[in-house]
Design a protein around this ligand. Sequence first.
Ligand code: NAD
Length: 501
Amino acid sequence: MSRYFSDPRAALRHPDMLYIDGRWVDPESGGGLSLISPSDEAVHSCVAEASVAEVDAAVRAARRAFDEGPWPLMSPAERASRLRAFAAALRQRADSFAALWSLQTGIPHGMARHALQNPGMIYDYYADLICETVLFESRQRDNGGYAIIAREPVGVVAAVTPWNHPSHLMALKAAPALAMGCTVIAKPPPEAPMDVFLLAEAAEEAGLPPGVFNIAPADRAGSDHLVRHPGVDKVSFTGSAATGAHISSVCGARMARSSMELGGKSAAIVLDDIDLARIAPLLVETGGKRMAGQGCAFLTRVLVSRKRHDALAAALAAAMATVKVGHAFHPETEMGPIAMKRQLDKVLSYIERGKAEGATLATGGGRPETLLGVEGGKGFYVAPTLFANVTNDMAIAREEIFGPVLSLIAYDDEEQAIRIANDNPYGLNGAVFTDDREKAFAIARRIRAGNFTQNGLEHDSKFPFGGYKMSGTGREGGSYGLDLYSEIKTIYMAQPPAGLA
Ligand code: NAD
């Protein structure tokens, strides 16, 4: 660690404080969240942790800011101008966001820098969008009177995110929520909480009114308290299906709004027209190389016709063997470590299950022999791993591993490929590899998943993203993102007010 940072906490102005109600406050508990670098297992930072009492304080502040204003009643243009200031403050911190992402989760730093060139982008986008969105619509009724359909903010939002892409996943929630006029409590994962401290600095600099944006870096008990809190109107959650199902039921019991972005086990269907040598490196990429498989939408099941199974297994194994694995901050690293020990153990246990179930371990399966920039056997590393001869009933084909492990499954014809792709509890993403666009579209229509790409894995925050089945409810991104933070009200009047006539 010391090789890259003398003091990562120096990226934060107030690592030991919480931002609640527009002020930096000392946490009441003396402890904090101790953070371990997955690249070398060094404890790199300790930051403030929110206790249950501070979660209560954050909810009180957000509640007051929503109920008493001025944020929800400001014009969209006024909110947009604060959001643009917020985005500008984030842009000034682009280097810190990229460094903290790599430090906390192990994503290669070059990749993090590229992806986070503009950490304010999603906030700017929603600032523009809210100014174009119709918030009040006046319609004449059959009886001559009027109905005004108002789109209103849903209220106090708890934004709960996982560790794999902290600032981006929080932006997909906080930006549309703030644009709509909601107030936000940002609840980051305890393993990667540092980004929200930067967001709080930006909120302060941008002059967001007190209570509009608050942070609650809490452990499981504090997080559970937050989502159960009667002062929270809406929980916007990204994370595992198990936690999502739990939070959905907690919210359902008190009729709080919730939306869920959960896991995936997405299939890439490789058709016979496509050249295997051309797509093998791409399949390693879309299978998770970028983030050591720790992404919800990666295409971790590869479906290929039986006659080409062995050839694709060989091409994938060869492509995986070229991946340079190492320390997140080594300049040549293409794939970093798994983000934490418990996740490493989970990935390794799935590899053991794959072997026990009779799949063929074609390459990988453990710690790589060569690691860039790593000393002394430290770090949570797994080599890119390929299982061939997988059948769709095996655990490695059904369950989300969240590691760099691909399962290669043979199909007899395209109908069977579609059935296999759909035969999974998840439905987040999918892809077909073919140059026949008619066939690609026809197959896309038949896959039960919220996202689909021809010949790759695309994602664009200006368009809806979300899952079918166990992959979640609701869609983030684009105007659909605003829907998640809106309530619809119908106001009946004999005549509409002047502005809406
Ligand atoms: P997780 O479910 O363990 O945790 C996610 C968040 O929920 C964390 O902030 C955690 O502290 C919090 N949490 C845990 N228990 C809670 C409780 N009882 N009440 C309230 N909050 C609680 O997930 P993870 O392991 O951090 O992340 C990996 C998962 O996230 C994978 O399943 C992945 O597919 C999913 N994910 C989904 C998307 C998407 O957009 N669909 C994006 C990224 C990650």
